[in-house]
Structure formats: C-alpha cells, structure tokens
Design a protein around this ligand. Structure first.
Ligand code: SF4
Length: 339
C-alpha cells in the first residue's frame, strides 16, 4: 500500500508523506470499524453493540446497508468516523486478505485495528508537520519519526498487539508541540506586532460565543469546543490537535492553515459552503451546500467581532448538549486527545 520508507532521516521525504493514503478505503477493508468497535445507543447511534459484534447494518460483502441514509436512520456517529487508512492496511497487509469471519484471526484482527488506527493518526500529524515550511528546522527529526512509525505499522499482528502506542505518542508529542510553536509564532508576526497568540490548551469552551473571533495562532490543543459558536472565526495557524469540535459552528470560519485538524474532527462540526477548510481535508458531505444567512452576517462583521480577550459563554445550554454530557465518546469516532 505504501512505498518503502527511506530509512535515512536526512534523505528525501518518504512516499507515505501523501496524507491522501491516510484515509479510509472501505472497498479494501472488511468493515473492521463496523465490527471491532463498540458503540452505545445515543444521539449518534440507534443501537448498542459490543466490540467484536458485527453491526446489524453490515452486509455479507462488508458494506453498510444504510450508507446513504446513515443520519436519517440514527447513525450520525458513523458519518464522523475515519480510520486514517488503518482498515485497509490491517485487512490487506497485516492479515494478507483474511477477514474476521475466520475465527482464528478475528480477535487479534480487532486488536490490531485499534492499534493501527492510532499509529495512522500519528502518521497523519507527523506527515502534516513535514509539509509546514515553518517547521523546517525540525524536518530531520520529523522524518525520523515518520519512518519509525511506518516501520512499526509494518510489523506483524503480534508485534502490533504488543506495541505501547501511548508511550510512542508521548515520545512524538514534544516534536509536534515544537512544530506547533514554530508555526504559531508566525501568526504573532503576521497579526498585531507584539501580540502573542493565546493559549486555551485543554480549556472548557463548550458553547463559547466566539463568532468572528481572531483566533489566529491560538493554542486550542485538547480544548472542548462542543457546540461553540465559531461562526466567521479566524482560526488560521491555530493548533486544534485533539480539540473536541462536535457540533461546533464553523459557518464562515477560516481554517485554511489550521494545524493538526483531522477529518473526523471536521465531520463532527457544523459548517457550510462558506467554511474555508485545509486543502488536505474534504468538505463533509452532510454540510449544507449553500451558506447560512448567519454565516454571511458573521463574515461581514468578523474583523470587528469577538476576540480571544472577549470570550463569552452561552452557559447551561451547551453543557446540556448531549455531546457535552459525554466528553468521552463511546463510539467509533473516539480519538483520544493528544495534548
Ligand atoms: S451503520 Fe455504521 S457501523 Fe453499521 S454497518 Fe453502517 S457504517 Fe458500519
């Protein structure tokens, strides 16, 4: 699936730098996310199922029987999930085309899938860091990290199951933090001179009113932005790694150069045709294709709108939001924050 890594850290960027390969390819997967992962009946899932139990909607050819109607049928959670390409790799490479209906491999395959998804998510972040000119001083270390993760992902099932991914993430995280600092420092130069980008790392901003806010270069790592109103906000060069964006309003927001945003995060938010998204991500299919009137108004007022110094909270309603009541998603969309 991926070309051979260049084991020389100073050599050319490895071929799997192409993040397009780090997206789910359901045609080459045995529906692993629909079997391996548990989910609980909620606003996101119409039913409860245990890990290792096939979803009732999974067909015998590993397709989703309600793919075109997931949201209408109460399975919105499935529309905000991406395996980062782990599914096809486990199906076709690690297990060589064997599927989970073989009882000898099922349990191990599910365990490997969970590990592989986390490795591929890490690959996504490191590959993104390697695309950033501001992070050039770190490119050699980043290449070395990318090669290491890729080589681990090529391991056999037993070595993958035994892998301590949490420890690996902890080791890679400082590199991503340094990348973030280098990039966000540029935001302070391009914004008001002498003004440092704000840090809201891990902050509880559920339901915060941030329409039109200047959040360029802000540190929003691991922030809870559930149902926050970011209409028309300027998020360029903000670090959103691990931020919870479920139902955050992004109509008219500018996320073009945002850092470490993933497709599942974007899919979980609410945007429209006026939301500016990073080129590596796709506009979620369930977003309206026409701009909302609210977004158009926010765009007109964005420059003089809210600033990080004027954060206001909408209070109880956001915390009553179903997603806010469950900060940790018990669904296939779960992605542990990297902070
Ligand atoms: S409803 Fe969701 S979990 Fe079930 S088969 Fe369809 S995509 Fe998979």
């Amino acid at each position: 699936m991926c070309p051979e890594p260049d084991s020389s850290p100073s050599g050319p960027a490895p071929g799997f730098l192409d993040r397009a390969a780090l997206r789910g390819d359901c045609a080459n997967c045995f529906g692993l996310c629909c079997v391996a992962l548990p989910f609980a009946a909620s606003a996101d899932f119409a039913v409860t199922k245990a890990a290792g139990q096939p979803c009732v909607n999974l067909t015998t050819d590993f397709r989703c029987g309600i793919h075109a109607r997931l949201r209408e049928q109460g399975f919105a959670g499935c529309t905000i999930f991406d395996c980062f390409g782990a599914g096809q790799r486990v199906s076709q490479a690690t297990f060589g085309g064997m599927d989970w209906r073989n009882p000898r491999v099922a349990r191990r395959m599910f365990e490997v899938f969970v590990v592989m998804r986390r490795l591929h998510e890490l690959l996504w972040y490191v590959a993104e860091a390697l695309t950033l000119p501001a992070a050039r001083p770190l490119h050699q270390e980043l290449r070395r990290a990318l090669v290491e993760i890729e080589q681990l992902a090529r391991g056999d099932a037993d070595s993958l199951i035994g892998l301590d991914v949490a420890a690996l993430r902890q080791r890679i995280n400082p590199l991503l933090l340094r990348t973030s600092e280098l990039v966000r420092a540029r935001a302070s130069h391009s914004g008001s001179p002498g003004k440092r980008p704000k840090s809201y790392r891990g902050a509880d901003l559920a339901g915060a009113r941030l329409a039109g806010a200047d959040l360029r270069g802000a540190d929003l790592r691991g922030a809870c932005l559930i149902a926050a109103d970011l209409t028309g906000a300027d998020l360029r060069m903000a670090d959103l790694i691990g931020a919870d964006l479920r139902d955050a309003k992004l109509n008219g927001a500018d996320l073009t150069d945002v850092l470490f945003l993933t497709q599942p995060q974007l899919d979980a938010a609410v945007g429209d045709a006026t939301t500016r998204i990073p080129h590596a991500l796709e506009r979620p299919a369930h977003w309206p294709r026409v701009p909302s009137p609210v977004a158009q108004t926010a765009q007109r007022t964005a420059v003089s709108g809210a600033s990080p110094d004027r954060l206001t909270r909408s209070g109880r309603p956001a915390h009553d939001h179903p997603a806010a009541r469950s900060r940790r998603r018990s669904s296939p969309g779960e992605t542990p924050p990297t902070s």
